[in-house]
Design a protein around this ligand. Structure first.
Ligand SMILES: *Cc1c(COP(=O)(O)O)cnc(C)c1O
Ligand SMILES: [Zn+2]
Length: 413
C-alpha cells in the first residue's frame, strides 16, 4: 500500500497515505510519499507515458498525471484538479550558452505552466489530495507564486483559498493573480518566514495546508524531471541546476532521480546543483562550512523575491538529493542575477529574477573551471518573465538614466 513515511531514514515512521499530518509524529521532521510504481517494464512505461500525449483523458492531458505510476494515483479521471499543467518546453540556450562559456545548455522552462511557475505542478497534486480528504479551505504562506497557483487551483476545486503574504514584498503581478483567482489575502508584517510561522502557529484544523512541506506537492513537482528526461530521449544530462528558496523543488527533483534510478528508468543521475541568492543563502553557508545543521539567515535580502527565504524547511530533503547525485550548492549576487536574467531575455526566453540564479551560477562555475565547458547541462527556469515586471522596468530606467548622464559628461556612482 502506498503510504507516508518520515523523510529521516533513521526514523522511518510510517503513516496512512491520507493522514493529514504535516510532520512525523515521532521526530517532527517532514514526511514523504512512498511510491509503488508496480512491475511494468521501464521501456513499456516510457512508451505508455509518451502515448498518453495523444489521449483526451484529463489525467493524460496533464504533464503531471501522465506519470501517475509514480504518484499517489487513487483519484480517477474525475477526481483530479487540473489546469493541464506540465508539458512545458526544454529550450536550447544560444547567447546564454556562449555567455556562460558552455557548449550544451538547455532550459527547462517551468514558467510556461498555467499560472506561470512550477508551483502549478505541485498544486495539482496537493489540491487533488485536499479535495479527496474533503477539505473546505486551503492555505499557504507564499512569496507570491505559490499564492497564485493555490488561488487558481482552489478556484477549480471549489474550495476557499487563503494566502499569507509578506506585506509589500510579493511582486504586484503575483498579488494580482491571487486576487483575480479569488483568494483571500492575509498580509503579514515581516518576511516569508514570518508568514509561514504565522500560518503554522495558527494551527487551524479546518485549513488544509499547501506549502511545500506538504508531501503531495513534492510528488507533483517531481514529474518535471520525468518529463525533462523524456524530452531528452532518456539521455541523462551531467548537471541539473535549480534555484533554491524553501528547497521544496530541489527536494522533489532529488526524489525523482532517486526513484527513477531505483526502478530502472535511468542508470545514472545528473549532479544536482542548487543556486541561492547571496543575501538569502543559508544552505550555501551550511555547505561551505561543512556544518551538520542549517542556521537560518535572520534577514534575507535579495531582488529575487521568490527565493527571499532565510529558514528553508526542506533543507534535509534537498541535501539527500545533492549527496545522492554528487552535486553541490553555491550562491550568486543580485548583480549576477540581474545580468544573467538579461541574457536569458536576449535568448528570447525570459524568466523572473529567481530563475536566473541558474545561469548566473553556471557562468561562475565555468569561469572558475569547476565544471567542464563540454558538460551537458539542464537549467531550471522556475517562473515566467511577466512575474516581476517592476524589476525589469526599474533596471532599464536606471540604465537609461546612466546613459543620459554619461552623454552629458556626468558620472553617477
Ligand atoms: C518557489 C520558487 C522558487 C523557489 O523554490 P523552492 O522550492 O522554494 O526552493 C524559485 N523560483 C521561483 C520562480 C519560485 O516561484
Ligand atoms: Zn520521524
Amino acid at each position: 500500500m502506498m503510504h507516508l513515511r518520515c523523510s529521516v531514514s533513521a526514523c522511518a515512521t510510517t503513516l496512512d497515505l491520507h493522514d493529514r499530518a504535516l510532520a512525523c509524529p515521532k521526530c517532527g521532521d517532514l514526511l514523504e510519499v512512498v511510491v509503488e510504481p508496480g512491475s511494468t517494464d521501464p521501456a513499456d512505461l516510457k512508451r505508455i507515458w509518451l502515448n498518453r500525449r495523444l489521449s483526451y483523458d484529463p489525467r493524460d492531458a496533464s504533464g503531471v498525471w501522465r506519470f501517475r505510476e509514480f504518484l499517489p494515483d487513487v483519484y480517477g479521471p474525475d477526481g483530479i484538479v487540473t489546469l493541464n499543467e506540465g508539458n512545458v518546453p526544454l529550450i536550447r540556450g544560444q547567447k546564454t550558452a556562449s555567455w556562460a562559456c558552455l557548449r550544451d545548455l538547455r532550459f527547462k522552462h517551468l514558467g510556461f505552466n498555467p499560472t506561470g511557475s512550477f508551483k502549478d505542478l505541485g498544486m495539482t497534486a496537493g489540491m487533488t489530495e485536499a479535495k479527496f480528504v474533503g477539505a473546505k479551505a486551503v492555505a499557504c504562506a507564499s512569496t507570491g507564486n505559490t499564492a497564485a497557483a493555490l488561488a487558481a487551483y482552489a478556484a477549480r476545486a471549489g474550495v476557499i483559498g487563503r494566502v499569507y503574504l509578506p506585506a509589500g514584498q510579493a511582486s504586484a503581478n503575483k498579488l494580482a493573480q491571487a486576487l483575480d483567482y479569488g483568494a483571500e489575502i492575509v498580509q503579514i508584517d515581516g518576511s516569508f518566514d514570518d508568514a509561514l510561522d504565522a500560518l503554522l502557529n495558527g494551527n487551524d484544523p479546518d485549513l488544509y495546508f499547501l506549502n511545500s512541506i506538504n508531501p503531495f506537492r513534492i510528488e507533483g513537482q517531481k514529474t518535471a524531471m520525468f518529463e525533462m528526461l523524456e524530452q531528452s530521449g532518456w539521455q541523462v544530462p551531467d548537471y541539473l541546476v535549480v534555484p533554491g528558496g524553501n528547497l521544496g523543488n530541489s527536494s522533489a527533483f532529488g526524489k525523482a532521480f532517486i526513484e527513477m534510478k531505483q526502478y530502472g528508468l535511468i542508470d545514472r543521475v545528473p549532479k544536482i546543483v542548487i543556486v541561492q541568492a547571496s543575501g538569502a543563502n543559508p544552505l550555501f553557508r551550511m555547505w561551505d562550512a561543512q556544518a551538520e545543521e542549517l542556521k537560518p539567515v535572520a534577514h534575507p535580502e535579495t531582488v529575487a523575491t521568490a527565493i527571499r527565504i532565510g529558514n528553508p524547511r526542506s533543507w534535509k530533503k534537498a541535501l539527500q538529493g545533492v549527496h545522492f547525485s554528487g552535486g553541490f550548492v553555491l550562491d550568486v549576487t543580485d548583480e549576477e542575477i540581474g545580468d544573467a536574467k538579461e541574457m536569458i531575455g536576449r535568448d528570447g526566453i525570459g524568466c523572473e529574477p529567481a530563475s536566473a540564479t541558474t545561469l548566473a551560477g553556471l557562468r561562475k562555475l565555468s569561469e572558475s573551471g569547476r565544471i567542464d565547458t563540454d558538460a551537458s547541462i539542464v537549467a531550471i527556469l522556475t517562473g515566467h518573465v511577466l512575474k516581476d515586471t517592476d524589476f525589469i522596468i526599474k533596471r532599464h530606467k536606471k540604465r537609461s538614466m546612466a546613459d543620459a548622464h554619461e552623454a552629458a559628461g556626468v558620472h553617477v556612482h
